[in-house]
Design a protein around this ligand. Structure first.
Ligand SMILES: NC(=O)c1ccc[n+]([C@@H]2O[C@H](COP(=O)([O-])OP(=O)(O)OC[C@H]3O[C@@H](n4cnc5c(N)ncnc54)[C@H](OP(=O)(O)O)[C@@H]3O)[C@@H](O)[C@H]2O)c1
Ligand SMILES: [Zn+2]
Length: 432
């Protein structure tokens, strides 16, 4: 009989032999070394494109092969992101056109156990407990990857969005450079909840935005997936935030996370940009902008606009973001929930020498640095609701309808909530 994986050294783990079984039930952690032929997955296909309750369907799929620099990970829990909604809609772009596959397994956040590693993988072994960052690049040491920043690589992709094997399945295939240590203090579902949005925020504020101590930041969607981390990190960096939300309940949440104040956008019914506004509507909008700017200044206790605006809403807020910045201020933007064709008065940009800075996810080094702050308890996940495997479409439905705040997370192979280790998940109960 072959050796028990518990008694294997790291080299033996890498070269272990796998026993094939047809499948394992969802919500179970098989013994290391058992490899099913098929896996349970929530799958998006072209004929089902639409809102999440329609686009996500359970199927039994083949387990993907891995390349020399890759790892197969048993997913214990998976985090929900807006990109699962985009993928299911197939609009404005179809992810199938990007991956070249006829199926898509969404999910760009996961916690799990490394199950198998490719021959070039040096630092990780089957059995390691991990979370994942979602940036993939060429993996061939191109000049950008090897000498500058993998985010510059021509082949840069977001795993689980621009690749077909995301986290809403028992197994996922990733590049080994995506593996990060799972924070031991967190349950599997908490550990799966934060990566994509928090790591994006880290690059936006620390690297691209170059945020400085004492700076004043306006954060749109401050109780959303990005916002809850922006508010925490801004405080950690010695700067201050006023967050925008659509309810006082969300406002109270962000105050607890360290915001200096919050603005309820329901108090500004005319604030949002519309390309075809009538002169009366444009006038009402500008009045709301002025009032909104005054409220920001009052909450921040300053007499000027923000140094930085944290943007991802896009179309309806961007013209205001540019307008309200102080001279030399910068908008850092990573998304456009309300539309990407932006229309704004560029005179405010050049006359007051403002900057627009695009930012997209982050590289592996930034993700690892950001993850250390979670491991050490200096930044916390904000998981406001957790779901079972069967409820994965419902979780996406709430996100699509903006009926959520913070982050949602779903069980995959973890049998129950609150399990923190491999043994707890395998035994289905917490250690005494
Ligand atoms: N490039 C990247 O790497 C990257 C990474 C992560 C996310 N993103 C993108 O960034 C966007 C936000 O992601 P997220 O995870 O933070 O989403 P989220 O959890 O849905 O939060 C977005 C927040 O935006 C606010 N919002 C929505 N519509 C708005 C409107 N019309 N006007 C003002 N505020 C509005 C909402 O806050 P209130 O209703 O409370 O105001 C909501 O909580 C998405 O489009 C996502 O695809 C990009
Ligand atoms: Zn490259």
């Amino acid at each position: 009989m072959s050796k028990d994986p518990k008694d294997m050294n790291r080299q033996e783990l890498k070269n272990m032999e796998y026993t094939s079984v047809p499948e394992v039930p969802i919500g179970t952690v098989p013994p290391l070394g058992v490899l099913p032929e098929k896996m349970h997955a929530w799958v998006i296909r072209e004929e089902r494109f639409g809102e999440p309750m329609q686009s996500f369907k359970q199927e039994l799929m083949d387990i993907p092969d891995i390349g020399p620099n890759e790892a197969l990970v048993l997913v214990l829990a998976a985090g929900v992101n807006y990109n699962g909604v985009w993928a299911g809609r197939g609009k404005p772009v179809s992810v199938l056109g990007v991956t070249g596959e006829d199926f898509h397994i969404a999910g760009s956040d996961a916690s799990g156990i490394v199950w198998k590693v490719g021959e070039n993988v040096k630092h990780w072994r089957p059995g390691d407990e991990v979370v994942l960052h979602c940036n993939q690049s060429c993996d061939t040491f191109c000049g950008q990857c090897a000498g500058y920043d993998p985010m510059m690589c021509q082949s840069q992709k977001i795993w689980g969005y621009e690749t077909a094997y995301g986290s809403f399945a028992q197994f996922t295939k990733v590049q080994a450079q995506q593996l990060l240590h799972k924070p031991k203090r967190l349950s599997w579902e908490e550990a799966a909840s934060y990566g994509l949005t928090y790591f994006t925020v880290f690059r936006m504020l620390v690297d691209r935005g170059n945020l400085q101590p004492g700076e004043k930041v306006l954060v749109w969607g401050a109780a959303g997936g990005l916002g809850v981390f922006a508010v925490q990190l801004i405080k950690k960096m010695g700067a201050e935030s006023v967050g925008v939300v659509n309810s006082d309940e969300k406002g109270e949440l962000i105050m607890k996370l360290g915001a200096k104040g919050y603005i309820n956008r329901n108090d500004y019914p005319n604030l949002q940009w519309k390309d075809d506004a009538t002169p009366e509507e444009a006038k009402a909008r500008f009045n709301d902008w002025k009032k909104f700017g005054k409220e920001f200044q009052a909450k921040m206790e300053i007499n000027r606009g923000p140094d930085v605006v944290f943007e991802h809403v896009g179309k309806v807020t961007f013209p205001l973001s540019v307008w309200m910045l102080r001279r030399f201020g910068r908008v850092v933007i990573c998304g456009a929930t309300s539309g990407y064709d932006l229309n704004f008065d560029v005179r405010h940009l050049w006359m007051h020498q403002k900057s627009i800075i695009g930012s997209h996810f982050c590289n592996g080094e930034q993700a690892a640095r950001a993850n250390e702050l979670i491991i050490s308890g200096q930044i916390d996940p904000v998981m406001t609701k957790r779901f079972t495997w069967d409820e994965i479409p419902d979780a996406h439905d709430l996100v699509a309808k903006n009926l959520h705040f913070g982050k949602f997370s779903c069980l995959v192979s973890a049998p129950a909530f609150d399990m923190k280790t491999t043994d707890e998940a395998r035994n289905g109960k917490k250690a005494a």
